[in-house]
Design a binder for this molecule. Structure first.
Ligand code: IMP
Length: 440
């Protein structure tokens, strides 16, 4: 295919962005920077369990569903078939953007095949967590797992069903027969009246019906027209339903392969896969975390990094950079490049540790095991690097970074075997050093 040079890069390049850790790697900012080079931005999995805070002047907007590309005039944002959509949240986001004059109807498309999150999904999510007690997963409580469970059980209701009253009513009725029984007998919760949900969702349908379409057709047409597409992953590789630390994972595939399945394009259409990792590691919710620091030690990273969840406000667990798990993420995503975020959070530390292997059963292992019991028994083996007692902020070029910060980045590159293409050193869009633009 011929590639057309433009002022901004090469047209017709399709780039996938994925989290290389347990989510919250700062993908929102990277997507925001790279959206400038794309014509279309696509979400392909997850739902409103994700969230990133965007600063618009003094104003803070938290987007959970709509890609942040919506803030760039003229970019089309697509919610693909692999996403689960809570229509109330979608409408809230549209209205919040509209109020600030940042929303244009023609720039949002929602796949007719994306499944809906229903009120009973949220109730079941929370009730199941209560029942799990100390074995809870620490879900966001947004109904994500139960919505994907219904999709796989072949009883889910899709966004497209909102466009056909009879289909919607029939599917809702069938679901409620089962869900009400389940809720009342297993969880001793109240069930739902069909009319209540029907009216609520019909009103949603009226508001969002105009955006619902066959987005696979749109995306494939866009590819044919040599448009550039940015596929924006949510959560992170270690939360992937197949490749993550199961069962302490989310309910979708978060890896790069899902960009194709979750948007209705073929994998041959993807040009580049970029992983995003923090310069250290964080995790929200339960589950193994080999490099987690104890409460006292993690306080510095949490406070300096503002490590509190954008969706739930929960404090994030913090630890050192783990080259074992990030190397694994490089492998299962086929990563072509790595973006290292929040390097500035490490400014001023005398020493910085990188986990280069795990000690398990008297051996050193370098391949990431996903089993909870094995991971819990793994002891991180650290390499200690000298920190930099200067600020990285304001760096425009890689050579502007303190010498030891450069060494740290290069060491990570070496350990995981993937080239670093961008380093982020602050919350603002301009506080990033681009070494190689994935769209060029
Ligand atoms: P769920 O996706 O709400 O079912 O939650 C399952 C697990 O994934 C929990 O540990 C959540 O904390 C985690 N999780 C879900 N979404 C995100 C995210 O966007 N960032 C970080 N962790 C997440």
């Amino acid at each position: 295919m011929p590639r057309l040079e433009t002022g901004r890069g090469v047209m017709g390049k399709n780039v996938v962005i994925v989290g290389a850790q347990w989510g919250d790697e700062g993908k929102g900012k990277v997507v925001d920077i790279l959206s400038e080079y794309a014509d279309v931005v696509v979400r392909f999995q997850g739902g409103n369990n994700a969230g990133h805070t965007i600063l618009v002047g003094e104003d803070k907007i938290i987007l959970h569903l709509i890609p942040s590309g919506i803030l760039h005039p003229g970019k089309v944002c697509v919610i693909g078939n692999g996403v689960v959509v809570d229509p109330a949240i979608l409408i809230e986001e549209i209205e919040a953007l509209e109020k600030r004059g940042l929303f244009h109807h023609e720039n949002l498309l929602v796949s007719k095949d994306a499944h809906l999150i229903m009120p009973y999904h949220k109730k079941i999510d929370n009730a199941k967590e209560r029942l799990r007690g100390s074995g809870r997963i620490g879900t966001t409580g947004r109904g994500i797992g139960p919505a994907y469970a219904d999709k796989v059980s072949r009883c889910g209701i899709k966004c497209g069903d909102l466009l056909r009253e009879e289909d919607f009513r029939f599917k809702l009725k069938t679901n409620l027969l089962e869900k009400n029984h389940y809720l009342t007998t297993i969880f001793h919760e109240e069930g739902y009246e069909i009319h209540d949900i029907y009216h609520e969702y019909s009103a949603y349908g009226e508001k969002i019906g105009r955006y619902i379409t066959d987005t696979s057709v749109f995306l494939n047409d866009s590819i044919r027209e040599e448009k550039s597409i940015l596929f924006e992953g949510a959560q992170g590789t270690l939360l992937d339903i197949d490749h993550g630390t199961y069962p302490y994972v989310t309910s979708s595939n978060t890896v790069a392969g899902q960009a194709a399945t979750g948007s209705g394009i073929g994998p041959t259409r993807i040009d580049t896969v970029i992983g995003i990792a923090k310069a250290y590691t964080t995790r929200v919710g339960e589950g193994p975390f080999p490099t987690e620091l104890d409460e006292e030690e993690e306080a510095h990273l949490r406070e300096m990094g503002g490590e509190y969840g954008a969706t739930t406000g929960r404090p994030r667990r913090c630890g050192w950079f783990d080259a074992v798990s990030t190397g694994y993420a490089a492998r299962v995503n086929g990563m072509d490049g790595l973006v290292l975020t929040k390097l500035d959070v490490l400014d001023g530390l005398k020493e910085i540790k990188i986990c280069t292997a795990y000690r398990y059963g008297g051996e050193l292992i370098r391949n990431f095991p996903t089993e909870t019991s094995i991971l819990n028994a793994c002891e991180p083996s650290y390499e200690t690097m000298e920190g930099w007692l200067e600020s990285t902020q304001g760096a425009k070029d890689f050579s502007d970074l303190p010498r030891n910060a450069q060494r740290y980045v290069r060491r990570i590159e070496e350990l995981i075997g993937v080239e670093v293409v961008m380093v982020s050193v602050g919350a603002e869009r301009k506080e990033a050093v681009m070494l190689k633009n994935p769209f060029c």
